[in-house]
Write a protein that binds this ligand. Sequence first.
Ligand code: BG6
Length: 470
Amino acid sequence: MGAFQENFLWGGAVAANQCEGAWDEDGKGISTADCITAGAVDKEREYTRGVVEGRYYPSHDAIDFYHRYQEDIALFAEMGFKCFRTSINWTRIYPHGDETEPNEKGLQFYDDLFDECLRYGIEPVVTISHYETPYYLVEKIGSWRSREMIEHYLDFCRTIFKRYRNKVKYWMTFNEINVIILKPEIAAGLRLEEGENWDQMIYQSAHHMLVASAKAVKLGHEINPEFQIGMMMLYPTFYGETCHPLDQLKCMQAIDMHYLFSDVQVRGAYSRKAEKFFEQKGIRLQTEEGDWAALKKGTVDYIGFSYYNSNVASREMKKDMTAGNMLHTVKNPYLKTSDWGWTVDAVGLRLALNYLYDRYQIPLFVVENGLGAVDTVEKDGSIHDSYRISYLREHIEQMELAVEEDGVELMGYTPWGCIDLVSAGTGEMKKRYGFVYVDRDNEGNGTLQRSKKDSFEWYKKVIASNGACL
Ligand code: BG6
């Protein structure tokens, strides 16, 4: 017997806004992702006020998954996927976010998509909100800084929980909920208004999201007790730069900022440390009486998390910095980096699994991991992505060790961008993660034709052998 349990959820992950395209078709409203322009490794993406004519928004067409999902799911089935993680684009269902009736065409699209998955025995794993807030609510009520968002989100949840109650078992309430402290525009459509206190606004918005998440968990379990509803966080494995105690303290503090979220979602309350942090920062959460009970009743069934790279914390401020997923931290001299400057650190994933499992003892699900790289299409159409295979192999080996030697409970693994898609960080197409190549470039040129990379056959064998054949 191998390390992974028999029903291990091997698959792949995407997000609606990064692959579907069809941004204004069949009644879909504008989401925040539709207002974020293309950037590059050295050029920040811009979050514009609505969709501005003449600007290029890569999510508008993305890889046209909306019209090509059948072909794509067939490829995932060929690789042997047991599950497929995607999100439901909120504005397909509620174009403005505050309607009383949902948009039937949007609902039908996800019915068709999930049916297609199930036809091949692929379990849909659904992120309810993956950086896709209705833009109308940003303008009208300031997005999550308003308490009203909780009800809008719950209306959305109620509709999709009921509609897909027999099609979807695995859910996650918010993608990388902790990213609100790093990139509030991307994560929650939040813009700082003049004179506003940044920390107050971020943590108030986060509180609304945490209450909404807890209420959604309870609601989902009422609608179908079989539902498995998880949280989802970006896990930023941190190292202290040296064994100097102050570097280690910095390291602990850096990660505590993120545990603030998982503590609430798994344990049902803010930690004492979080309360102290609010006090020190002068943050006063506006809460309602029912909030604490709601948080307690809505704890999650599992922890989904993304892991791409590790980070370094230092007691000294001025240091050589390096990029990473959503974070810029101190350079690690022991690690190689990707084309986008992210460290490659498979052991960091084993550590992440251990830290999370030791702290919470509930099942874990690695719902994002992978290498964003430039791929070259050879004259004969083949794509030799040995670098991607090495990255994934090393990370799976570390997951195996975490399960076999450390006793971590691991439900599954869905590498990010199983088909090439728009990068969330830079909006580029050339930053590719897929087993399946999509012919499209940064400017939106290309046939959108799909082709298999070498990693396609490799991953197929990994799944068929339940991880034994790497
Ligand atoms: C995660 C996000 O943070 O990282 C994804 O959940 C994103 O949406 C992924 O695409 C990889 O980041 P990037 O910037 O390479 O697309």
